[in-house]
Design a protein around this ligand. Structure first.
Ligand code: FAD
Ligand code: N01
Length: 541
Protein backbone atom coordinates (compact mmCIF):
# COMPACT_ATOMS: atom_id res chain seq x y z
CA UNK A 1 0.00 0.00 0.00
CA UNK A 2 1.35 3.48 -0.90
CA UNK A 3 2.01 5.89 1.93
CA UNK A 4 -0.32 8.85 2.48
CA UNK A 5 1.89 11.92 2.75
CA UNK A 6 1.47 14.55 5.45
CA UNK A 7 3.58 17.39 6.73
CA UNK A 8 3.26 16.07 10.27
CA UNK A 9 1.71 13.13 12.09
CA UNK A 10 0.55 13.67 15.67
CA UNK A 11 -0.23 10.66 17.85
CA UNK A 12 -2.87 11.42 20.51
CA UNK A 13 -5.76 13.88 20.70
CA UNK A 14 -5.53 14.92 24.34
CA UNK A 15 -4.72 18.52 25.22
CA UNK A 16 -1.22 18.13 23.75
CA UNK A 17 -2.42 16.77 20.39
CA UNK A 18 -5.17 19.38 20.11
CA UNK A 19 -2.87 22.32 20.72
CA UNK A 20 -0.21 20.88 18.38
CA UNK A 21 -2.71 20.53 15.57
CA UNK A 22 -3.86 24.11 16.03
CA UNK A 23 -0.32 25.51 16.05
CA UNK A 24 0.95 23.40 13.13
CA UNK A 25 -1.86 24.79 11.01
CA UNK A 26 -0.68 28.27 11.96
CA UNK A 27 2.78 27.40 10.61
CA UNK A 28 1.27 26.08 7.39
CA UNK A 29 2.39 22.49 8.09
CA UNK A 30 -0.45 20.12 7.10
CA UNK A 31 -0.92 17.67 9.96
CA UNK A 32 -3.02 14.64 10.74
CA UNK A 33 -3.72 13.49 14.28
CA UNK A 34 -4.23 9.78 14.98
CA UNK A 35 -6.11 8.83 18.14
CA UNK A 36 -6.94 5.39 19.55
CA UNK A 37 -10.15 6.62 21.23
CA UNK A 38 -13.31 7.62 19.40
CA UNK A 39 -13.19 11.19 20.68
CA UNK A 40 -10.80 13.90 21.85
CA UNK A 41 -9.84 14.51 25.50
CA UNK A 42 -7.16 11.90 26.26
CA UNK A 43 -7.00 11.47 30.05
CA UNK A 44 -10.45 12.98 30.38
CA UNK A 45 -11.90 10.66 27.76
CA UNK A 46 -10.59 7.51 29.43
CA UNK A 47 -10.74 8.26 33.17
CA UNK A 48 -14.50 8.44 33.74
CA UNK A 49 -14.53 6.74 37.12
CA UNK A 50 -16.83 8.14 39.82
CA UNK A 51 -15.27 11.19 41.47
CA UNK A 52 -12.68 11.87 38.73
CA UNK A 53 -11.65 15.52 38.75
CA UNK A 54 -8.54 17.66 38.47
CA UNK A 55 -6.55 18.88 41.45
CA UNK A 56 -5.23 22.00 39.77
CA UNK A 57 -7.81 24.76 40.09
CA UNK A 58 -10.02 24.98 37.00
CA UNK A 59 -9.09 28.63 36.39
CA UNK A 60 -5.54 27.37 35.87
CA UNK A 61 -6.09 23.89 34.43
CA UNK A 62 -7.04 25.29 31.01
CA UNK A 63 -5.38 26.66 27.89
CA UNK A 64 -3.92 30.15 27.96
CA UNK A 65 -3.07 30.50 24.26
CA UNK A 66 -6.27 32.35 23.36
CA UNK A 67 -7.68 35.28 25.31
CA UNK A 68 -11.13 34.69 23.73
CA UNK A 69 -11.12 31.03 24.75
CA UNK A 70 -10.19 31.73 28.35
CA UNK A 71 -12.71 34.55 28.62
CA UNK A 72 -15.65 32.67 27.13
CA UNK A 73 -15.29 29.38 29.03
CA UNK A 74 -16.99 29.13 32.41
CA UNK A 75 -15.91 26.53 34.95
CA UNK A 76 -18.64 25.56 37.39
CA UNK A 77 -16.42 24.36 40.27
CA UNK A 78 -13.14 25.21 41.94
CA UNK A 79 -11.81 21.83 40.75
CA UNK A 80 -13.58 20.69 37.59
CA UNK A 81 -14.94 17.17 37.34
CA UNK A 82 -14.10 14.88 34.43
CA UNK A 83 -17.29 15.49 32.37
CA UNK A 84 -16.68 19.24 32.40
CA UNK A 85 -13.01 18.90 31.41
CA UNK A 86 -14.00 16.54 28.59
CA UNK A 87 -16.65 19.07 27.46
CA UNK A 88 -13.91 21.72 27.44
CA UNK A 89 -11.62 19.54 25.27
CA UNK A 90 -14.53 19.02 22.87
CA UNK A 91 -15.23 22.74 22.84
CA UNK A 92 -11.59 23.44 21.93
CA UNK A 93 -11.75 20.85 19.13
CA UNK A 94 -14.90 22.43 17.71
CA UNK A 95 -13.95 26.06 18.21
CA UNK A 96 -10.74 25.55 16.22
CA UNK A 97 -12.30 23.10 13.75
CA UNK A 98 -9.73 20.45 14.69
CA UNK A 99 -11.82 17.31 14.15
CA UNK A 100 -11.46 17.41 10.38
CA UNK A 101 -7.79 16.48 10.80
CA UNK A 102 -8.23 13.86 13.54
CA UNK A 103 -8.64 10.19 12.66
CA UNK A 104 -10.27 8.40 15.60
CA UNK A 105 -10.20 4.71 16.58
CA UNK A 106 -6.76 4.54 15.03
CA UNK A 107 -3.83 3.24 17.03
CA UNK A 108 -0.31 3.89 15.81
CA UNK A 109 1.67 0.66 16.02
CA UNK A 110 4.97 1.37 14.22
CA UNK A 111 7.06 4.32 13.16
CA UNK A 112 10.39 4.21 11.33
CA UNK A 113 12.69 6.99 10.16
CA UNK A 114 13.71 6.82 6.50
CA UNK A 115 17.01 8.66 6.38
CA UNK A 116 17.17 8.82 2.57
CA UNK A 117 13.72 10.36 2.15
CA UNK A 118 14.00 12.20 5.48
CA UNK A 119 10.49 11.21 6.52
CA UNK A 120 8.85 9.08 9.17
CA UNK A 121 6.89 6.06 7.91
CA UNK A 122 4.02 5.34 10.25
CA UNK A 123 1.70 2.34 10.44
CA UNK A 124 -1.61 1.93 12.26
CA UNK A 125 -3.68 -0.98 13.55
CA UNK A 126 -6.07 -0.37 10.65
CA UNK A 127 -3.39 -1.13 8.09
CA UNK A 128 -2.88 2.49 7.08
CA UNK A 129 0.58 3.66 6.06
CA UNK A 130 1.48 7.31 6.41
CA UNK A 131 4.62 9.30 5.74
CA UNK A 132 5.44 12.61 7.37
CA UNK A 133 8.44 14.86 7.80
CA UNK A 134 7.62 15.54 11.47
CA UNK A 135 6.41 12.99 13.99
CA UNK A 136 4.86 14.02 17.31
CA UNK A 137 4.27 11.66 20.20
CA UNK A 138 1.51 13.44 22.15
CA UNK A 139 0.62 10.13 23.73
CA UNK A 140 0.37 11.26 27.36
CA UNK A 141 2.32 10.39 30.51
CA UNK A 142 -0.59 8.60 32.15
CA UNK A 143 -2.37 6.88 29.30
CA UNK A 144 -1.10 3.28 29.46
CA UNK A 145 -3.27 1.80 32.23
CA UNK A 146 -1.92 -1.26 34.05
CA UNK A 147 -3.66 -4.27 35.47
CA UNK A 148 -1.64 -5.95 38.24
CA UNK A 149 -0.08 -9.39 37.75
CA UNK A 150 -2.37 -11.14 40.23
CA UNK A 151 -2.95 -14.83 39.48
CA UNK A 152 -6.51 -15.69 38.47
CA UNK A 153 -7.43 -12.20 37.29
CA UNK A 154 -9.14 -13.59 34.18
CA UNK A 155 -11.19 -16.09 36.20
CA UNK A 156 -13.37 -13.55 38.02
CA UNK A 157 -16.98 -13.89 36.85
CA UNK A 158 -18.28 -10.56 38.22
CA UNK A 159 -17.74 -7.12 36.67
CA UNK A 160 -14.16 -5.79 36.47
CA UNK A 161 -13.18 -2.18 35.89
CA UNK A 162 -9.95 -0.21 35.60
CA UNK A 163 -10.22 3.47 36.55
CA UNK A 164 -8.16 4.38 33.48
CA UNK A 165 -10.46 2.52 31.05
CA UNK A 166 -13.82 3.26 32.62
CA UNK A 167 -16.93 2.34 30.57
CA UNK A 168 -18.89 5.10 28.86
CA UNK A 169 -22.23 4.01 30.29
CA UNK A 170 -23.23 4.76 33.86
CA UNK A 171 -21.95 2.09 36.25
CA UNK A 172 -24.34 1.53 39.14
CA UNK A 173 -22.92 -0.05 42.31
CA UNK A 174 -26.19 0.05 44.24
CA UNK A 175 -26.61 -2.98 46.46
CA UNK A 176 -23.36 -4.58 45.30
CA UNK A 177 -20.29 -5.96 47.06
CA UNK A 178 -17.40 -4.00 45.60
CA UNK A 179 -13.61 -4.35 45.92
CA UNK A 180 -11.21 -1.52 45.12
CA UNK A 181 -7.56 -2.50 44.66
CA UNK A 182 -5.16 0.44 45.10
CA UNK A 183 -5.05 3.63 47.14
CA UNK A 184 -3.49 6.15 44.72
CA UNK A 185 -5.20 9.32 43.48
CA UNK A 186 -7.77 7.48 41.34
CA UNK A 187 -8.81 5.22 44.23
CA UNK A 188 -8.87 8.09 46.70
CA UNK A 189 -11.24 10.03 44.44
CA UNK A 190 -13.50 7.10 43.60
CA UNK A 191 -13.74 5.30 46.97
CA UNK A 192 -15.99 7.92 48.68
CA UNK A 193 -18.40 7.97 45.73
CA UNK A 194 -18.55 4.18 45.33
CA UNK A 195 -19.04 3.80 49.09
CA UNK A 196 -22.22 5.87 48.92
CA UNK A 197 -23.77 3.40 46.48
CA UNK A 198 -22.33 0.01 47.32
CA UNK A 199 -23.83 -2.38 49.86
CA UNK A 200 -20.30 -3.17 50.95
CA UNK A 201 -16.94 -1.75 49.86
CA UNK A 202 -13.62 -3.41 50.64
CA UNK A 203 -10.43 -1.45 49.92
CA UNK A 204 -7.22 -3.43 49.36
CA UNK A 205 -4.31 -1.17 50.29
CA UNK A 206 -0.66 -1.92 49.58
CA UNK A 207 0.77 1.53 50.34
CA UNK A 208 -1.18 4.25 52.14
CA UNK A 209 -0.93 7.70 50.56
CA UNK A 210 -1.01 11.20 51.94
CA UNK A 211 -4.18 13.03 50.94
CA UNK A 212 -5.23 16.64 51.46
CA UNK A 213 -8.90 17.69 51.42
CA UNK A 214 -9.79 19.53 48.21
CA UNK A 215 -12.41 21.84 49.77
CA UNK A 216 -13.98 21.77 46.34
CA UNK A 217 -16.94 24.13 45.91
CA UNK A 218 -19.00 25.82 43.22
CA UNK A 219 -17.05 28.50 41.36
CA UNK A 220 -17.19 31.83 43.13
CA UNK A 221 -18.23 34.51 40.65
CA UNK A 222 -15.96 37.16 42.11
CA UNK A 223 -12.99 34.75 42.06
CA UNK A 224 -13.63 33.83 38.44
CA UNK A 225 -13.95 37.46 37.38
CA UNK A 226 -10.75 38.29 39.28
CA UNK A 227 -8.86 35.77 37.17
CA UNK A 228 -10.55 36.81 33.96
CA UNK A 229 -9.80 40.50 34.50
CA UNK A 230 -6.11 39.76 34.88
CA UNK A 231 -5.65 36.48 33.05
CA UNK A 232 -2.64 37.50 30.95
CA UNK A 233 -0.45 38.54 33.85
CA UNK A 234 -1.60 35.77 36.20
CA UNK A 235 -0.86 33.12 33.57
CA UNK A 236 2.57 34.63 33.03
CA UNK A 237 3.29 34.40 36.76
CA UNK A 238 2.07 30.78 36.85
CA UNK A 239 4.44 29.86 34.01
CA UNK A 240 7.38 30.91 36.17
CA UNK A 241 6.31 28.99 39.30
CA UNK A 242 7.97 25.74 40.37
CA UNK A 243 4.87 23.71 39.48
CA UNK A 244 3.28 25.99 36.87
CA UNK A 245 0.53 26.72 39.37
CA UNK A 246 -0.04 30.11 40.90
CA UNK A 247 -0.42 29.63 44.63
CA UNK A 248 1.45 30.67 47.72
CA UNK A 249 4.83 28.95 47.87
CA UNK A 250 6.56 29.94 51.05
CA UNK A 251 10.21 31.02 51.04
CA UNK A 252 10.63 30.02 54.67
CA UNK A 253 12.47 26.83 55.71
CA UNK A 254 10.27 24.69 57.95
CA UNK A 255 12.71 24.37 60.84
CA UNK A 256 13.40 28.11 61.00
CA UNK A 257 10.07 28.72 62.74
CA UNK A 258 8.66 27.34 65.99
CA UNK A 259 6.57 24.16 66.13
CA UNK A 260 3.49 26.31 66.86
CA UNK A 261 4.08 28.50 63.81
CA UNK A 262 4.55 25.44 61.64
CA UNK A 263 1.35 23.89 62.90
CA UNK A 264 -0.53 27.16 62.31
CA UNK A 265 0.71 27.23 58.71
CA UNK A 266 -0.27 23.61 58.09
CA UNK A 267 -3.70 24.22 59.67
CA UNK A 268 -4.22 27.24 57.45
CA UNK A 269 -3.37 25.33 54.29
CA UNK A 270 -5.33 22.26 55.37
CA UNK A 271 -8.39 24.53 55.71
CA UNK A 272 -7.81 26.07 52.26
CA UNK A 273 -7.39 22.60 50.73
CA UNK A 274 -5.51 21.27 47.71
CA UNK A 275 -1.89 20.71 46.75
CA UNK A 276 -0.79 24.16 47.98
CA UNK A 277 -0.29 22.34 51.30
CA UNK A 278 3.10 21.25 49.93
CA UNK A 279 4.06 24.92 49.52
CA UNK A 280 3.80 25.55 53.29
CA UNK A 281 7.60 25.68 53.57
CA UNK A 282 10.21 25.87 50.86
CA UNK A 283 12.22 22.82 51.91
CA UNK A 284 9.53 20.19 52.40
CA UNK A 285 10.85 18.15 49.47
CA UNK A 286 14.50 18.81 50.26
CA UNK A 287 14.95 18.17 53.95
CA UNK A 288 13.80 15.02 55.74
CA UNK A 289 13.32 16.72 59.10
CA UNK A 290 11.21 19.45 57.50
CA UNK A 291 9.23 16.85 55.59
CA UNK A 292 8.60 14.84 58.77
CA UNK A 293 6.79 17.80 60.32
CA UNK A 294 4.31 17.98 57.42
CA UNK A 295 3.90 14.19 57.35
CA UNK A 296 3.28 14.12 61.12
CA UNK A 297 0.65 16.82 60.71
CA UNK A 298 -1.26 14.84 58.05
CA UNK A 299 -1.00 11.65 60.10
CA UNK A 300 -2.49 13.54 63.06
CA UNK A 301 -5.40 14.61 60.82
CA UNK A 302 -5.95 11.00 59.74
CA UNK A 303 -6.10 9.92 63.39
CA UNK A 304 -8.51 12.76 64.22
CA UNK A 305 -10.79 11.86 61.32
CA UNK A 306 -10.88 8.06 61.31
CA UNK A 307 -12.74 6.78 64.37
CA UNK A 308 -11.35 3.24 64.49
CA UNK A 309 -7.74 3.60 65.74
CA UNK A 310 -6.52 0.43 64.01
CA UNK A 311 -7.92 1.58 60.66
CA UNK A 312 -6.44 5.05 61.20
CA UNK A 313 -2.99 3.53 61.79
CA UNK A 314 -3.28 1.41 58.65
CA UNK A 315 -4.12 4.56 56.67
CA UNK A 316 -1.09 6.47 57.98
CA UNK A 317 1.71 6.51 55.37
CA UNK A 318 5.15 5.80 56.82
CA UNK A 319 7.29 4.42 54.03
CA UNK A 320 7.86 7.59 52.00
CA UNK A 321 8.32 11.30 52.63
CA UNK A 322 5.14 13.29 52.04
CA UNK A 323 4.93 14.56 48.45
CA UNK A 324 7.48 12.11 47.02
CA UNK A 325 4.61 10.04 45.70
CA UNK A 326 2.05 12.24 43.95
CA UNK A 327 0.15 13.96 46.77
CA UNK A 328 -3.56 13.08 46.63
CA UNK A 329 -6.44 15.51 46.93
CA UNK A 330 -9.78 14.17 48.11
CA UNK A 331 -13.36 14.78 49.04
CA UNK A 332 -14.22 12.90 52.25
CA UNK A 333 -11.64 10.15 51.71
CA UNK A 334 -10.61 9.49 55.30
CA UNK A 335 -14.19 10.11 56.53
CA UNK A 336 -15.37 7.28 54.27
CA UNK A 337 -13.66 4.73 56.55
CA UNK A 338 -16.15 5.69 59.30
CA UNK A 339 -19.00 4.24 57.22
CA UNK A 340 -20.27 0.86 58.41
CA UNK A 341 -20.20 -0.53 54.84
CA UNK A 342 -16.47 0.17 54.27
CA UNK A 343 -13.56 -2.13 55.24
CA UNK A 344 -9.84 -1.59 54.75
CA UNK A 345 -7.53 -4.54 54.17
CA UNK A 346 -3.81 -3.92 54.57
CA UNK A 347 -2.00 -6.11 52.06
CA UNK A 348 1.09 -6.25 54.26
CA UNK A 349 -0.98 -8.05 56.89
CA UNK A 350 -3.04 -10.05 54.39
CA UNK A 351 -1.42 -10.28 50.94
CA UNK A 352 -3.60 -11.09 47.94
CA UNK A 353 -2.81 -14.61 46.82
CA UNK A 354 -5.22 -14.84 43.91
CA UNK A 355 -8.40 -13.71 42.31
CA UNK A 356 -11.05 -16.42 42.09
CA UNK A 357 -14.26 -16.76 40.10
CA UNK A 358 -16.17 -15.06 42.91
CA UNK A 359 -13.73 -12.74 44.63
CA UNK A 360 -10.28 -12.17 46.11
CA UNK A 361 -8.24 -14.38 48.42
CA UNK A 362 -6.10 -12.38 50.82
CA UNK A 363 -4.31 -13.56 53.96
CA UNK A 364 -6.02 -16.96 53.68
CA UNK A 365 -9.52 -15.44 53.66
CA UNK A 366 -11.86 -15.68 50.65
CA UNK A 367 -13.70 -12.38 50.10
CA UNK A 368 -16.73 -12.55 47.80
CA UNK A 369 -17.45 -9.68 45.41
CA UNK A 370 -19.81 -8.69 42.63
CA UNK A 371 -17.40 -6.08 41.23
CA UNK A 372 -13.65 -5.45 41.32
CA UNK A 373 -12.31 -1.96 40.58
CA UNK A 374 -8.62 -1.88 39.69
CA UNK A 375 -7.28 1.54 40.62
CA UNK A 376 -3.80 0.23 39.97
CA UNK A 377 -2.35 3.05 37.89
CA UNK A 378 -0.28 3.35 34.76
CA UNK A 379 2.96 2.43 33.06
CA UNK A 380 3.72 6.11 33.48
CA UNK A 381 5.78 8.41 31.29
CA UNK A 382 7.30 5.76 29.01
CA UNK A 383 4.43 3.25 28.63
CA UNK A 384 2.64 4.94 25.72
CA UNK A 385 5.90 6.01 24.03
CA UNK A 386 7.30 2.49 24.08
CA UNK A 387 3.88 1.09 23.17
CA UNK A 388 4.70 2.11 19.60
CA UNK A 389 7.53 0.22 17.89
CA UNK A 390 9.67 3.24 17.01
CA UNK A 391 12.84 2.86 14.94
CA UNK A 392 15.16 5.81 14.41
CA UNK A 393 18.30 6.32 12.37
CA UNK A 394 19.84 3.02 11.13
CA UNK A 395 16.89 1.10 12.53
CA UNK A 396 17.79 1.80 16.18
CA UNK A 397 14.81 0.86 18.32
CA UNK A 398 13.58 3.25 21.00
CA UNK A 399 12.78 0.28 23.25
CA UNK A 400 16.42 -0.88 22.99
CA UNK A 401 17.83 2.61 23.42
CA UNK A 402 15.76 3.13 26.58
CA UNK A 403 16.35 -0.33 28.02
CA UNK A 404 18.07 1.15 31.08
CA UNK A 405 15.65 4.08 31.28
CA UNK A 406 14.53 6.99 29.11
CA UNK A 407 17.21 9.29 27.63
CA UNK A 408 16.19 12.64 26.20
CA UNK A 409 17.46 16.13 25.59
CA UNK A 410 15.21 18.40 27.69
CA UNK A 411 12.41 15.84 27.41
CA UNK A 412 11.56 16.93 23.88
CA UNK A 413 13.80 14.83 21.61
CA UNK A 414 15.97 11.74 21.86
CA UNK A 415 19.24 11.37 19.93
CA UNK A 416 19.07 9.12 16.88
CA UNK A 417 15.40 9.90 16.22
CA UNK A 418 15.41 12.98 13.97
CA UNK A 419 12.26 15.09 13.70
CA UNK A 420 10.50 13.10 16.43
CA UNK A 421 9.18 15.26 19.24
CA UNK A 422 7.71 14.24 22.58
CA UNK A 423 5.28 16.48 24.43
CA UNK A 424 5.95 16.44 28.19
CA UNK A 425 8.43 13.60 27.70
CA UNK A 426 10.66 12.11 30.40
CA UNK A 427 13.37 14.58 31.37
CA UNK A 428 10.94 17.51 31.43
CA UNK A 429 8.83 18.77 34.38
CA UNK A 430 5.70 17.10 32.91
CA UNK A 431 3.91 15.21 35.69
CA UNK A 432 5.38 17.46 38.39
CA UNK A 433 3.49 20.41 36.96
CA UNK A 434 0.19 21.84 35.88
CA UNK A 435 0.38 19.81 32.72
CA UNK A 436 -1.47 22.24 30.50
CA UNK A 437 1.20 24.84 31.26
CA UNK A 438 3.89 22.30 30.36
CA UNK A 439 2.07 21.19 27.21
CA UNK A 440 1.79 24.78 25.99
CA UNK A 441 5.44 25.46 26.77
CA UNK A 442 6.65 22.40 24.83
CA UNK A 443 4.40 23.03 21.84
CA UNK A 444 5.31 26.74 21.70
CA UNK A 445 9.04 25.96 21.94
CA UNK A 446 8.84 23.35 19.18
CA UNK A 447 6.77 25.66 16.94
CA UNK A 448 9.38 28.41 17.34
CA UNK A 449 12.04 25.84 16.47
CA UNK A 450 10.17 24.71 13.33
CA UNK A 451 9.67 28.36 12.29
CA UNK A 452 13.42 28.86 12.75
CA UNK A 453 14.06 25.81 10.54
CA UNK A 454 11.59 27.04 7.91
CA UNK A 455 13.38 30.39 7.80
CA UNK A 456 16.74 28.66 7.31
CA UNK A 457 15.39 26.06 4.89
CA UNK A 458 16.43 23.22 7.20
CA UNK A 459 14.46 20.01 7.17
CA UNK A 460 15.86 17.91 10.00
CA UNK A 461 16.64 18.45 13.66
CA UNK A 462 18.20 15.93 16.00
CA UNK A 463 19.43 15.89 19.57
CA UNK A 464 23.20 15.53 20.04
CA UNK A 465 24.14 12.40 22.04
CA UNK A 466 26.68 14.23 24.19
CA UNK A 467 24.17 16.98 25.00
CA UNK A 468 21.62 14.31 25.82
CA UNK A 469 24.06 12.50 28.16
CA UNK A 470 24.66 15.77 29.99
CA UNK A 471 20.93 16.42 30.30
CA UNK A 472 20.25 12.92 31.66
CA UNK A 473 22.97 13.50 34.24
CA UNK A 474 21.48 16.88 35.14
CA UNK A 475 17.99 15.35 35.60
CA UNK A 476 19.48 12.77 37.98
CA UNK A 477 21.65 15.26 39.84
CA UNK A 478 18.72 17.60 40.47
CA UNK A 479 16.48 14.71 41.56
CA UNK A 480 19.15 13.41 43.94
CA UNK A 481 19.21 16.76 45.74
CA UNK A 482 15.58 16.15 46.71
CA UNK A 483 13.73 13.53 48.73
CA UNK A 484 11.89 12.23 45.65
CA UNK A 485 14.14 9.21 45.00
CA UNK A 486 13.36 7.94 48.53
CA UNK A 487 9.92 6.73 47.45
CA UNK A 488 9.19 3.64 45.37
CA UNK A 489 6.92 5.72 43.14
CA UNK A 490 5.75 5.59 39.56
CA UNK A 491 8.00 8.65 39.00
CA UNK A 492 10.82 6.11 39.54
CA UNK A 493 9.21 3.36 37.46
CA UNK A 494 8.85 1.36 40.68
CA UNK A 495 5.21 0.35 40.10
CA UNK A 496 6.00 -1.76 37.03
CA UNK A 497 7.91 -4.99 37.69
CA UNK A 498 11.17 -5.01 35.72
CA UNK A 499 11.00 -1.33 34.74
CA UNK A 500 14.33 0.48 35.22
CA UNK A 501 14.36 2.53 38.40
CA UNK A 502 15.38 6.10 37.84
CA UNK A 503 13.67 9.39 38.45
CA UNK A 504 11.99 10.29 35.14
CA UNK A 505 10.64 13.86 35.38
CA UNK A 506 12.86 16.95 35.68
CA UNK A 507 12.40 18.29 39.18
CA UNK A 508 14.22 21.60 38.73
CA UNK A 509 10.98 23.55 38.40
CA UNK A 510 8.72 24.70 35.58
CA UNK A 511 9.92 28.31 35.60
CA UNK A 512 13.63 27.41 35.66
CA UNK A 513 13.10 24.84 32.94
CA UNK A 514 11.32 27.38 30.73
CA UNK A 515 14.24 29.79 31.09
CA UNK A 516 16.67 26.99 30.27
CA UNK A 517 14.74 25.98 27.12
CA UNK A 518 14.57 29.63 26.03
CA UNK A 519 18.34 29.94 26.50
CA UNK A 520 18.90 26.81 24.41
CA UNK A 521 16.83 28.40 21.62
CA UNK A 522 18.52 31.80 21.92
CA UNK A 523 21.88 30.04 21.67
CA UNK A 524 20.98 28.69 18.20
CA UNK A 525 19.31 25.57 19.66
CA UNK A 526 22.38 24.50 21.56
CA UNK A 527 22.70 20.70 21.64
CA UNK A 528 20.59 20.14 18.54
CA UNK A 529 21.86 19.47 15.01
CA UNK A 530 20.04 20.72 11.95
CA UNK A 531 20.36 19.24 8.51
CA UNK A 532 19.15 18.89 4.97
CA UNK A 533 18.83 22.31 3.41
CA UNK A 534 15.62 22.31 1.36
CA UNK A 535 16.16 25.56 -0.52
CA UNK A 536 19.11 27.90 -0.72
CA UNK A 537 19.63 29.58 2.62
CA UNK A 538 19.93 32.94 0.88
CA UNK A 539 16.39 32.58 -0.46
CA UNK A 540 15.11 32.03 3.05
CA UNK A 541 16.67 35.14 4.54
P1 FAD B 1 -3.41 12.38 27.28
O1 FAD B 1 -4.54 13.19 27.75
O2 FAD B 1 -3.05 11.17 28.04
O3 FAD B 1 -3.71 11.99 25.76
C1 FAD B 1 -2.91 11.08 25.07
C2 FAD B 1 -3.77 10.44 24.01
O4 FAD B 1 -2.93 9.65 23.19
C3 FAD B 1 -4.83 9.50 24.55
O5 FAD B 1 -6.09 9.91 24.10
C4 FAD B 1 -4.46 8.13 24.00
O6 FAD B 1 -5.60 7.38 23.64
C5 FAD B 1 -3.65 8.51 22.79
N1 FAD B 1 -2.67 7.50 22.42
C6 FAD B 1 -1.68 6.96 23.17
N2 FAD B 1 -0.97 6.06 22.46
C7 FAD B 1 -1.52 6.04 21.23
C8 FAD B 1 -1.24 5.32 20.04
N3 FAD B 1 -0.21 4.44 19.97
N4 FAD B 1 -2.01 5.54 18.94
C9 FAD B 1 -3.04 6.43 18.98
N5 FAD B 1 -3.36 7.13 20.09
C10 FAD B 1 -2.61 6.93 21.19
N6 FAD B 1 -2.62 16.86 35.29
C11 FAD B 1 -2.69 18.08 35.86
O7 FAD B 1 -1.88 18.94 35.53
N7 FAD B 1 -3.64 18.38 36.77
C12 FAD B 1 -4.57 17.46 37.15
O8 FAD B 1 -5.40 17.76 38.00
C13 FAD B 1 -4.53 16.16 36.58
N8 FAD B 1 -5.44 15.22 36.90
C14 FAD B 1 -5.34 13.98 36.34
C15 FAD B 1 -6.29 13.02 36.69
C16 FAD B 1 -6.20 11.75 36.17
C17 FAD B 1 -7.25 10.74 36.49
C18 FAD B 1 -5.12 11.41 35.33
C19 FAD B 1 -4.97 10.01 34.80
C20 FAD B 1 -4.19 12.36 34.97
C21 FAD B 1 -4.31 13.66 35.45
N9 FAD B 1 -3.43 14.66 35.09
C22 FAD B 1 -3.52 15.90 35.64
C23 FAD B 1 -2.43 14.41 34.05
C24 FAD B 1 -3.10 14.49 32.64
O9 FAD B 1 -2.74 13.32 31.99
C25 FAD B 1 -2.63 15.76 31.90
O10 FAD B 1 -3.03 16.89 32.62
C26 FAD B 1 -3.15 15.94 30.48
O11 FAD B 1 -4.52 15.68 30.35
C27 FAD B 1 -2.33 15.14 29.50
O12 FAD B 1 -2.67 15.48 28.19
P2 FAD B 1 -1.90 14.81 26.97
O13 FAD B 1 -2.57 15.27 25.74
O14 FAD B 1 -0.45 15.05 27.11
O15 FAD B 1 -2.08 13.25 27.17
O1 N01 C 1 -2.34 5.26 40.11
P1 N01 C 1 -1.19 5.13 41.24
P2 N01 C 1 -3.57 6.28 40.04
N1 N01 C 1 -1.62 -5.08 44.37
O2 N01 C 1 -0.07 4.44 40.57
C1 N01 C 1 -1.74 -0.02 43.89
C2 N01 C 1 -2.78 11.20 38.24
N2 N01 C 1 -4.12 11.30 38.83
O3 N01 C 1 -4.37 5.92 38.87
O4 N01 C 1 1.63 2.34 45.91
C3 N01 C 1 -2.10 -4.14 45.17
O5 N01 C 1 -0.93 6.41 41.91
C4 N01 C 1 -0.59 0.89 44.20
O6 N01 C 1 0.10 0.46 45.35
P3 N01 C 1 1.66 0.88 45.57
C5 N01 C 1 -1.76 11.50 39.33
O7 N01 C 1 -0.61 12.02 38.75
C6 N01 C 1 -4.48 12.49 39.34
O8 N01 C 1 -4.26 6.36 41.34
O9 N01 C 1 2.34 0.62 44.25
N3 N01 C 1 -2.07 -2.83 44.92
C7 N01 C 1 -1.32 2.21 44.37
O10 N01 C 1 -1.91 2.31 45.62
C8 N01 C 1 -1.56 10.12 39.90
O11 N01 C 1 -0.41 9.99 40.69
C9 N01 C 1 -5.71 12.63 39.92
O12 N01 C 1 2.11 0.02 46.65
C10 N01 C 1 -1.52 -2.45 43.77
C11 N01 C 1 -2.41 2.11 43.30
O13 N01 C 1 -2.58 0.73 43.02
C12 N01 C 1 -1.53 9.28 38.65
O14 N01 C 1 -2.55 9.86 37.82
C13 N01 C 1 -6.57 11.55 40.01
C14 N01 C 1 -1.00 -3.38 42.86
C15 N01 C 1 -2.03 2.83 42.04
O15 N01 C 1 -1.87 4.18 42.30
C16 N01 C 1 -1.81 7.82 38.86
O16 N01 C 1 -2.86 7.67 39.81
C17 N01 C 1 -6.17 10.36 39.46
C18 N01 C 1 -1.07 -4.75 43.21
N4 N01 C 1 -0.55 -5.70 42.42
C19 N01 C 1 -4.94 10.22 38.88
N5 N01 C 1 -0.52 -2.71 41.80
C20 N01 C 1 -6.07 13.92 40.54
O17 N01 C 1 -6.62 13.99 41.59
C21 N01 C 1 -0.73 -1.39 42.04
N6 N01 C 1 -1.34 -1.24 43.23
C22 N01 C 1 -5.65 15.12 39.86
Amino acid sequence: MAHEHHGAVIVGAGFAGLYLLHRLRGLGIPAICLEAADDVGGTWYWNRYPGARCDVESMQYSFSFSEELQQEWHWSERFAAQPEILAYARHVAERYDLRRDIRFETRVTDAAWDDAARVWNIATNRGEKLAARYFFMATGCLSAARLPDIPGIADFKGRQFHTGYWPHHKVDFTGRRVAVIGTGSSAIQSIPVIAEQAAQLTVFQRTPNFSIPSRNRPMDDEYEQGWKRDYASLRQKARMMRTGILYGLSDTPAMSVSAEERKAEYEKRWAVGGTAFMGSFRDLLLDQAANDTAADFVRSKIRETVKDPATAERLCPRNHPIGTKRICVDTQYYETYNRPNVTLIDLHEAPITRITTSGIEAGGVAHEFDDIVFATGFDAMTGALLGVDIKGRAGESLNAKWEAGPRTLVGIMTAGFPNMFMITGPGSPSVLSNMIVSIEQHVDWIMDCLAHMQAKGQVTIEADRGAEDSWVEEVNTVANRTLYPRAASWYMGANVPGKPRLFMPYVGGVGNYRVLCDEVAADGYRGFHFGGVERPAAAAE
